[in-house]
Design a binder for this molecule. Structure first.
Ligand code: ZN
Length: 144
């Protein structure tokens, strides 16, 4: 079995941001030379999600608004009691970001078929920054 691994480095620009990784992951598959197999795409952070959905600007606004309504940043969270935790001085109050990341999921596994990421017409591979802006990493492993 062939194996290809790469960490994508992504500089996010906003506190909540959706970044389409479809083309970058497709480039990994092309570089791997693997025609049939799977691609696993994983966030290496606790406040970044990886999902498959539609990259439609108004839907992306709905995603931001609805998840922040469910889990508002200024909610009452134990994780944000920084004075009760053993954490570095620059630790942000980001409990909502952890919780949204858990709801959305931190990795996806997709089929690779004929050398292409096997996505439907309206599907895109999206990374969702929930506590940016920061320098982030996403692992891509292609097996086949
Ligand atoms: Zn945290």
């Amino acid at each position: 079995m062939a194996n290809y691994y790469l960490r994508l480095v992504v500089q996010t620009r906003a506190n909540f941001e959706v970044i389409d990784l479809t083309e970058r992951v497709q480039s990994c598959i092309t570089s791997s030379g693997i025609a049939e197999g799977i691609a696993v795409v994983s966030s290496l952070h606790t406040t970044v999600a990886v999902v498959v959905n539609e990259n439609e600007p108004r839907l992306l606004e709905d995603i931001r608004e609805q998840f922040l309504r469910l889990l508002p940043p200024d909610g009452n969270y134990r994780h944000n009691d920084l004075h009760l935790r053993d954490c570095p001085p620059d630790e942000p109050e980001n409990a909502h970001a952890h919780l949204i990341a858990m709801m959305l999921g931190n990795s996806v596994t997709l089929s690779v078929h004929l050398g292409r990421l096997d996505l439907g017409d309206w599907q895109a591979l999206l990374m969702i920054e929930l506590d940016g802006p920061r320098l982030r990493q996403v692992a891509v492993q292609v097996l086949g």
